[in-house]
Design a protein around this ligand. Structure first.
Ligand code: NI
Length: 205
């Protein structure tokens, strides 16, 4: 190897090591059992908080109802044409992939269309995907509280007619820990396998 080439290779190595160090510094590992950020996964976002809602059986639930288990939750509505059915399909696949460990996870849909999404409407809807998925609704005020707590958003599409409207909404999926703190936020890029892997990494920790 010529002297010049050796210098170039050394310089490249220095740059690579520096970049790796910087990356490690910016993405601290929070325990080896945790799944790293990226590929649709955001680690421990400052979201969540107190809420009171009603589930699809008519039972009043709060954030404390889910303590001791993992809550996998997202915001949507039963008349949603595409995003919500895909998310619920994904939840059903995650449950399937988790097998017996699924008992540690409560998947739930919080309606951003409380006017149409009665407990009865939600019961019919979630049962079409997996009976273990919980539908949650409430008064418009109760929904506004939980949407804000999770830094989600929902806006009624005013363009359509009175009874036939859509609701534009965020599509993040949140994994809350047994203590009610956020563990992961998943985007649309997260596959069911990735979500199941992330949940399992916590269960095995
Ligand atoms: Ni939707």
């Amino acid at each position: 190897m010529s002297r010049k080439l050796l210098l170039v290779v050394t310089a490249m190595l220095v740059v690579a090591v520096t970049a790796a160090g910087l990356y490690a510094y910016l993405s601290p590992q929070r325990g080896s059992a945790n799944v790293a950020e990226g590929r649709g996964v955001i680690v421990a976002a400052p979201v969540g908080g107190a809420f009171t809602l009603v589930d699809h059986t008519g039972r009043t639930v709060t954030d404390e109802t889910f303590r001791g288990r993992y809550l996998l939750v997202f915001f949507g509505f039963t008349n949603c044409p595409d995003v919500c059915p895909l998310a619920l399909d994904r939840f059903a696949q995650v449950l399937e992939l988790l097998g017996p460990d699924a008992s540690m996870v409560q998947p739930a849909l919080i309606s951003v269309d409380p006017e149409r999404d009665t407990p009865e409407a939600l019961a019919d809807y979630v049962a079409g995907f997996d009976k273990r998925i919980l539908g949650l609704t409430g008064t418009p005020e109760q929904i506004a509280v939980v949407v804000k707590a999770y830094r989600a958003y929902a806006r009624k599409d005013a363009a359509a007619g009175a009874g036939d409207y859509g609701v534009d909404h965020s599509s993040f999926e949140y994994l809350m820990g047994p203590d009610g703190q956020n563990v992961y936020v998943f985007t649309n890029e997260a596959t069911p396998e990735r979500i199941a892997e992330a949940i399992r990494s916590r269960l095995d920790a």
